[in-house]
Write a protein that binds this ligand. Sequence first.
Ligand SMILES: [Zn+2]
Length: 81
Amino acid sequence: MKQKLIYKAVRHHDKVIKVNPAYTSQCCPMCGHTEKANRNKKIYLFCCKNCGYKSNDDRIGEMNLYRIGIDYLVSDTVTAE
Ligand SMILES: [Zn+2]
């Protein structure tokens, strides 16, 4: 699973972005609240304890990976200037 997620990050951004898959599936993409209890692995559901946002847990991981990738590229661009 870890390899799969990192591979996706590489394909999306042409760069190796190291992320913690457990963290990405526990972090709310809407409000940023991170809590282990946000994710219910048994029913593959993410439900934010802070704002109540709900989605499929795999989708949450991908949304966060995409956002982390953008943050990484933005900060990289800033550093290069
Ligand atoms: Zn939230």
